[in-house]
Design a protein around this ligand. Structure first.
Ligand SMILES: [Zn+2]
Ligand SMILES: [Zn+2]
Length: 351
């Protein structure tokens, strides 16, 4: 049996880098040698034992790029040596939701690296229909950023903002990408709310019109209303996942405005809203779970043609052996934006 190095979350707050068998592929699967994997908020939640603890022990990691090293006999879309990424969503394909094209709502919906072993390892396997060739313009590192951007693409479609409409983004981790996407859609103004100086500076560099430091501005709602001619914003996206920020989002929209729910709140979190506001003010809410299908193609195209400059968000790449320490550093140091893990390096690279 061939073995590989993998960072296994054995139990909450415990990662062990050890030898485990290389995944065995069936006739419809593809084996990928991992180049880079971005660390996502959900990897942190899995490590902390707050998300899918019933799936431990697990090799997490889903924002990856790599090379095809083996294909099952039915695989026709990629071949050995291709540079690839993967759509991480796996659904049944036959239920009411799947047949309507709502894969993410399938009762059997699972994600590679969250419910099955992922890419904080030397190798990862994926079903052939999930594997996508990496665009020729893209390097592996940027390629591993397609998955998070695909989630943003899905939210952009849910928000469906019009040219020249105002967009407020709450949160500045993936919020930075939401703000960039809003700028691309022609939104004006684009306002970002956060409290980390470094990330707010990056937001400015990415072209965001106004940043609101929530540790300095006493009433961010009043500030948004002031910045939108006294009306409130056309669109607000919550990209943090806290009930009080969701409540704040609804206080920031104009009558007829829309809140897009993106930030993953705790399973038992509850928010308070007035039903009357949905009637009198005709306010709206859209949910966005993840990127899937053409969201990946759209994300890849925008990255390939540099419509969104994500390099400003890259903080460092660490060897597989430093995965756990990177998780702890991410929790402590809010200046770190995107951290990647690579099984191919033995010394960290800091940008
Ligand atoms: Zn992710
Ligand atoms: Zn289904």
């Amino acid at each position: 049996m061939k073995m590989m190095r993998a960072a296994v979350v054995e139990k909450p707050k415990s990662v062990v880098v050890k030898g485990i068998p290389v995944p065995e592929i069936n006739e419809n699967e593809v084996l990928i040698k991992v180049q880079y994997t971005g660390i996502c908020g959900s990897d942190q939640s899995i490590y902390q034992g707050k998300y899918v603890p019933e799936y431990l022990p697990l090799v997490s990691g889903h924002e990856f790029s790599g090379d095809v090293v083996e294909t099952g006999k039915n695989v026709t879309n990629v071949k050995e040596g291709d540079r690839v990424i993967a759509d991480i969503n796996i659904s049944c394909g036959t239920c009411f939701y799947c047949r309507n094209g709502w894969k993410l709502l399938c009762p059997e919906h699972r994600q590679l690296g969250i419910h099955t072993n992922g890419s904080f390892a030397e190798y990862v396997k994926a079903p052939m229909q999930n594997v996508l060739k990496l665009h020729k313009n893209l390097d592996y590192l940027t390629g591993s950023f397609v998955e998070p951007l695909s989630c943003v693409m899905h939210a952009v479609k849910a928000m469906d903002t019009r040219i020249a409409s105002s967009v407020v983004v709450i949160g500045c981790r993936l919020g930075l990408l939401h703000a960039s996407a809003a700028l691309l859609k022609g939104a004006a103004p684009v306002i970002l709310i956060g409290h980390n100086e470094k990330r707010l500076r990056v937001a400015k560099e990415m072209g965001v019109d106004e940043v609101i430091n929530s540790h300095e501005v006493e009433d961010p709602v009043a500030r948004v209303i002031e910045l939108t001619e006294g009306r409130g914003a056309d669109n607000v996206i919550e990209s943090v996942g806290q009930p009080e920020l969701y409540e704040m989002a609804f206080r920031m929209i104009r009558p007829g405005g829309k809140v897009t729910a993106f930030g993953v709140a705790a399973a038992d979190a509850v928010m308070q809203l007035k039903p009357l506001d949905f009637i009198i003010n005709e306010q709206n809410l859209a949910g966005s779970k993840a990127g899937e299908g053409n969201d990946y193609l759209d994300a890849m195209q925008l990255l390939a043609y540099k419509r969104i400059d994500v390099k400003k968000m890259f903080s460092m790449v660490v060897p597989l052996e430093e995965y756990e320490s990177a998780l702890l550093e991410l929790k402590e140091n809010r200046d770190l934006i995107k951290v990647f893990v690579s099984p191919q390096i033995d010394k960290r690279i800091v940008y």
